[in-house]
Design a protein around this ligand. Structure first.
Ligand code: TUI
Length: 308
């Protein structure tokens, strides 16, 4: 299927894998890229040296295009911004901030820059700064989120910018894919469905938590601190929300979740760790390979779009 995004990135299908911290390492990224989508290495909170190794490893196992996501709250974001240039990365996505100060350097290096935005205002600013596309991410997503839903954000961003828009948040099957295209998107980005992929190194407990989740099993913590994070409800989200209601300090709240994502993803601590996942977890029912996931979505999605 050809869209402005498949053309821009040189990929077969308009499906991009989210740059999830700890989850989006090189095995997953390579599997998605090999399956014809765009795999992404998520820098998350990792040091620049680790990100460089991940890039070198993905290049060893796939010749297909891949990207790197830079989480801008990472204390080593400046160094990682340099590493992607040095390693010849072709596509960079960013999250949780404004990548404006890196844009000139990345464009100079010929990198396709795709910031993740949660508002029309940032989308317009990124277009002016030279972005090649934007990911419009709704609050159905897992992890760090904005305020607008995918249904409302995608068409408004599509109207506000001329660069292609990639829809993210709440998409996990062909129906969501087709709906996103109808809203004006040229591709979708998915996280939660790829968390449970066979090639995903995420701990089995985490995968089972996503697979068992129902429609209303996620919760958003940190609304009061300005860092809203969506996770599957567990002991820690309940405790966090209780403390938040009682007016706990930022310090007390942060102590509760420090390192929680790593503990959940790598050690399988889904009781006290942070099991980040989107609201669409309720639709994700089984583990499949990245190729199966992409094929299934494209078959169902294209069929629906042809009914127009
Ligand atoms: O970045 C994400 N989602 C994430 S990052 C992340 S890493 C993390 N790990 C542990 C604790 C906390 C975070 C987990 N999930 N999505 C992309 C995204 N970016 N969503 C919303 C935004 C965003 C929000 C505000 C982008 C820019 C922005 O403001 C920019 C400005 O004007 O400063």
């Amino acid at each position: 299927m050809k869209t402005k995004i498949t053309e821009l990135l040189g990929i077969e299908y308009p499906i991009i894998q989210g740059g999830m911290a700890w989850v989006a390492e090189y095995h997953l990224a390579a599997a998605v890229s090999e399956a014809g989508g765009l795999g992404i290495i998520g820098a998350g909170g990792a040091p620049a040296s680790f990100v460089r190794e991940q890039i070198q490893k993905v290049k060893e196992i796939t010749k297909k295009p891949f990207g790197v996501n830079i989480m801008l709250m990472n204390p080593e974001a400046d160094q990682i911004a340099q590493v992607v240039v040095e390693e010849g990365v072709k596509v960079v996505t960013t999250g949780a901030g404004n990548p404006g100060k890196y844009m000139a350097m990345w464009k100079e290096a010929g990198i396709k820059v795709i910031p993740v935005v949660a508002s029309v205002a940032l989308a317009k600013m990124m277009e002016r700064a030279g972005a090649d596309a934007v990911v419009a991410e709704g609050m159905e997503s897992g992890g760090h989120i904005g305020e607008a839903t995918t249904m409302t954000l995608v068409p408004q961003v599509a109207d506000a910018v001329t660069v292609p828009v990639i829809a993210a948040g709440g998409i996990a099957d062909g129906r969501g894919f087709a709906a996103a295209m109808m809203l004006g998107a040229q591709a979708v980005q998915m996280g939660t469905r790829f968390v449970v992929a066979s090639e995903s190194i995420v701990h089995e407990n985490y995968k089972q938590k996503v697979i068992a989740a129902k429609d209303i099993d996620t919760a958003v913590t940190g609304r009061s601190t300005g860092h809203p994070i969506r996770c599957i409800r567990n002991k820690t989200t309940r405790e966090y929300l209780k403390l938040e209601k009682e007016g706990a300090t930022l310090e007390e709240l942060e102590k509760l979740t420090l390192g929680g994502l790593r503990r959940a993803v790598l050690e399988g601590d889904v009781v006290e760790g942070s099991v980040m996942a989107g609201q669409i977890a309720g639709l994700v029912k089984k583990e499949q390979t990245c190729a199966e996931i992409i094929q299934e979505i494209m078959t169902q999605g294209e069929k629906l779009l042809k009914l127009r």
